[in-house]
Design a protein around this ligand. Structure first.
Ligand SMILES: Nc1ncnc2c1ncn2[C@@H]1O[C@H](COP(=O)(O)OP(=O)(O)OP(=O)(O)O)[C@@H](O)[C@H]1O
Ligand SMILES: Cc1ncc(COP(=O)(O)O)c(N)n1
Length: 265
């Protein structure tokens, strides 16, 4: 059976990040994709010009309308904008208890624009994080959640992943894309697992939405695989191929998108 996978996130009209990227990644990884919007974002490859936050009651309305009808096999959560939207999402998680929940704690876009209100970081950390199965912070997000300095060496990753797990997430995928070097190294940690996942660093400026793509591919694959490590490994391989395939795209003048190829093409 094809899994039904839901993204709860903001939009990107250029199709590189947010809900648009998530739906492409779901489809390319064998899932049926659905979406609940938290914010309409006027953005493209060069940055964000405006954010229109969806009222929290309407986020709840979208979630309840959908989840009263459709069985959801996994959820990916991305941009949440503010603490009230975070609480609307928590209400739905508590009520419907989907089997697999992946949280990409989106805070700041690649362009430097904020996508989560600074005062909402504590709600994300203290209220939402303990309810998810996997959190996928990049290094600046990990530092922000822990109130620590950003690490600059992979040797510091297990310590930070352990402290993030201590905040209540069952698994942590600490993403090292912001470190320099020949390879791009992430660490999957928690529930007895501590495994570095390394991929060749692709030489490209098409790196808009890499975090969205990775977390969405994991959510799509998890119901189809026996454990987190298999789903995360395969999702990272998918992302590396999508980064390579982006050489065939010509989209915008800034940080371009990755290409969500389908395996059978
Ligand atoms: N040039 C690259 N080549 C290969 N993998 C990369 C590259 N850049 C990032 N990655 C991988 O992409 C994923 C996302 O990493 P990153 O740390 O950039 O997250 P992010 O900042 O949340 O992404 P974004 O903000 O673009 O959505 C990780 O698996 C990382 O290792
Ligand atoms: C709606 C939305 N969600 C997430 C991101 C992060 O992606 P990036 O860091 O590549 O800009 C984004 N720009 N927009």
């Amino acid at each position: 059976m094809i899994p039904n996978v839901l993204t709860i996130a903001g939009t990107d009209p250029s199709g590189g990040a947010g809900v648009q990227a998530d739906l492409k990644a779901f489809s390319a990884n064998g899932a049926y994709g659905m979406s609940v919007l938290t914010a309409l974002v006027a953005q493209t490859t060069t940055g964000v010009s405006e954010v229109h936050e969806i009222p929290p009651e309407f986020v709840t309305s979208q979630l309840v309308t959908l989840l009263d009808d459709v069985r959801v096999d996994a959820v990916k959560i991305g941009m949440l904008a503010n603490a009230e939207v975070i609480r609307a999402v928590i209400g739905a998680l508590d009520r419907y208890a989907p089997p697999f929940v992946v949280l990409d704690p989106v805070m700041v876009a690649k362009s430097g624009d904020r996508l989560l209100a600074p005062e909402a970081v504590s709600a994300l950390r203290d209220e939402l994080l303990p309810r998810v199965d996997l959190i996928t912070p990049n290094l600046p997000e990990a530092a922000d959640l822990l109130g620590e300095a950003e690490i600059e060496d992979p040797a510091g990753m297990p310590g930070q992943a352990d402290r993030l797990a201590g905040l209540g997430a069952k698994h942590v995928l600490l993403k090292g894309g912001h470190l320099r070097g020949e390879s791009s190294v992430d660490l999957l940690y928690g529930d007895g697992i501590s495994e570095f996942l390394s991929s060749e660093r692709v030489d490209t400026t098409n790196d808009h939405g890499t975090g969205c793509t990775l977390s969405a591919a994991i959510a799509a694959l998890r119901p189809q695989r026996p454990d987190w490590i298999s789903a995360v490994r395969e999702a990272k391989d998918y992302l590396t191929e999508a980064l390579r395939a982006s050489a065939r795209l010509d989209v915008g003048r800034g940080h371009g998108p990755v290409h969500h190829f389908h395996r059978w093409w």
